[in-house]
Design a protein around this ligand. Structure first.
Ligand code: GRF
Length: 204
């Protein structure tokens, strides 16, 4: 087994409660020797950047190129540059909204994981993010929802599933109440999946 810790680059777009779960897990020694080496945001001024700052983790803001549309090749290239500089062994999308493309996906094949707020393969694909997912779940009359951590491939939410955690959909649920319930599970799922990946990476 490699004695070197696996360096993690975490990508964020919002509040960063999942980033916080990873930071807290690392502090408690619960990331199998993984260490968060950097945080990249695709939006300026988000709270996730504050969380990185409080934790003393280098943080970068790299904006999407709006004219590129869905697949953000240029942004992905810049993220690849940061990942190489930080010598990252694992990239974690913890509530990251831009869609990655290009060389990054080849160089880091099997080493990029994403968190999605539904039980994949249900409620996946373009536009299925944040509140839109929970609205669709409620509109479909589902009796359960949850979250999934999966590998990132060239598609949108199509990579191999690592783990899922389910919650019930309760009578009277709103997108907000359902999102809150799922969020609690996301924090557990992401730490568990990250630990699993790090465990594997240190042994290959
Ligand atoms: C989560 O619901 C995640 O599944 C989705 O974005 C949200 C991020 O939450 N992709 P946070 O920024 O980690 O609090």
């Amino acid at each position: 087994m490699s004695e070197k810790p696996v360096k993690i680059l975490t990508l964020v777009s919002g509040n960063g409660s999942n980033l916080q779960a990873l930071i807290d897990a690392e502090k408690k020694g619960g990331l199998e020797g993984g260490t968060i080496a950097g945080v990249v945001s695709d939006s300026p001024g988000i709270y996730a950047l504050e969380r990185a700052r409080f934790a003393g983790i280098p943080a970068y803001t790299e904006l999407p190129v709006l004219s590129e549309g869905k697949f953000q090749r240029n942004l992905s290239d810049r993220i690849l540059g940061i990942a190489r500089r930080e010598n990252a062994g694992l990239i974690i999308l913890a509530g990251f909204l831009s869609i990655l493309a290009g060389e990054l996906l080849e160089v880091y094949e099997g080493k990029i994981i994403n968190l999605h707020p539904s039980l994949l393969p249900k409620f996946a694909g373009e536009g299925m993010k944040g509140e839109a997912v929970h609205r669709a779940v409620l509109a479909a009359g589902e009796t359960e929802s949850g979250c999934t951590v999966h590998l990132v491939d060239k598609g949108i939410d199509t990579g191999a599933i690592l783990l899922r955690r389910a919650v019930p959909v309760l009578p009277g649920d709103t997108p907000h109440s359902l999102a809150d319930r799922i969020h609690q599970e996301e924090h557990i799922a992401l730490v568990e999946a990250a630990s699993m990946m790090i465990y594997r990476l240190r042994r290959t």
